[in-house]
Design a protein around this ligand. Structure first.
Ligand code: KG4
Ligand code: ZN
Length: 347
């Protein structure tokens, strides 16, 4: 079966067509992503109202391109999957309403996809990872460990109690005037710097918890930068290196605890934009090796927001007979371990 996936929950307008074959394997037939990055750049962050308007302007064209690139007409897909939350509600409404309209006019089933579930199932799209596995989701909006038992069956083991990890990267970049999104800039600077010059705090590191906290670290970075201002290029690089060393250690130690809790034969899957960070990837690989676990980091284009992951989550649900009705409401908040993550069988 072939599924159209629509993603509009943040600042990427995305659509893709993914095929799930009889053996349950995925084939990405097209995957179109339009980043609104430049529209928000002047504001130093995503402006929800601008994001929603931009989705309205571009989504139809992105969907048409997804169909064209897959060499299909839209009425040849078997179902429509659209992100229904969590996220910026204006954008979610644009994508979900478009999905409903297509489903109704083409007479196809609709699957209302949880964006976090789409991230969680991406490792099955790329690597066919079997259930159960452990997921570390680290993006601009989320930092959490989740036990993925099956489609719709999640247990959250830990979350951030303040900033998300990507958000911490972005705030450090902003503080140092490095441009946005901050993660790649900080990583680039960190490569040039001395990670030992600044010893930044590792909040909660000694605690027996799978929660994260990054706001104290961010404050420490700000205070260090203020103390030595004006900053030379070397100062900036050293601060970035120190910050990245701190977060890589935090993530590594937490991953070790999570893998221990999981027990033997664990697979740790990383999702979200921060999965692109090579230092964090190396730290996680180190920890996975120690624990005898398998580490799966999907290709970057599928770690950041995209339509293929939404189409795939829709395909997984549809394969289990789970479809949604036209009354399905967009949800600004929709944790993976909430009661309404279960499979639904029509309305
Ligand atoms: O998953 P994503 O594309 O969007 C959502 O937040 O849903 O993640 C974006 C986040 C941003 O905070 C960005 O700075 C961060 O991922 N990021 C990185 C890197 N590339 C992107 N953080 C650290 N190192 C990177 N190389
Ligand atoms: Zn995301």
């Amino acid at each position: 079966m072939k599924i159209l996936g629509i993603e509009t929950s943040c600042d990427e307008t995305a659509a893709a067509i993914v095929e799930r074959d009889a053996a349950g394997r995925a084939h990405i037939l097209s995957n179109i992503v339009r980043s609104q990055f430049e529209e928000h750049a002047a504001f130093g962050g995503v402006v929800p109202e601008l994001a929603a308007r931009s989705h309205v302007t571009h989504l139809d064209g992105i969907i048409a391109r997804a169909a064209a690139e897959a060499g299909m007409r839209l009425d040849e897909v078997d179902a429509i999957a659209a992100t229904a939350g969590p996220g910026l509600i204006g954008g979610v409404l644009v994508g979900l309403t478009t999905g409903k309209a297509l489903a109704a006019s083409l007479g196809k089933p609709l699957i209302a996809v949880n964006h976090l579930e789409a991230h969680a199932l991406t490792a099955r799209l790329t690597d066919g990872v079997p259930f159960p596995y452990l997921m570390l989701l680290v993006s601009g909006g989320h930092s959490q460990f989740v036990l993925v038992r099956g489609v719709g069956d999640y247990e959250r083991w830990g979350s951030t109690i303040d900033d998300a990890l990507g958000e911490a990267f972005d705030k450090v970049a902003k503080l140092l005037d490095l441009g946005s999104p901050g993660g790649p800039h900080v990583e680039k600077q960190a490569l040039l710097g001395d990670p030992k010059r600044f010893r930044f705090p590792r909040p909660l590191l000694k605690e027996k918890t799978l929660d994260f906290s990054f706001s104290g670290l961010k404050t420490a970075v700000r205070l260090a930068a203020e103390e030595i201002a004006p900053l030379s290029d070397t100062d900036v690089a050293d601060i970035c290196a120190g910050f990245q060393a701190a977060v890589a250690e935090i993530v590594r130690v937490r991953a070790g605890q999570a893998l221990e809790r999981f027990g033997d034969g664990a697979t740790l899957v990383v999702a979200g934009g921060v999965a692109a960070n090579k230092a964090i990837g190396r730290a996680l690989q180190q920890e996975a090796d120690v624990a005898g676990a398998r580490l799966v980091i999907p290709p970057m284009a599928l770690c950041t927001d995209n339509g293929a992951m939404v189409a795939w989550a829709g395909a997984e649900r549809l394969a289990l007979g789970s479809v949604d009705g036209m009354a399905f409401a967009a949800k600004p908040r929709w944790p993976l371990d909430s009661a309404d993550m279960g499979l639904t069988h029509g309305h």
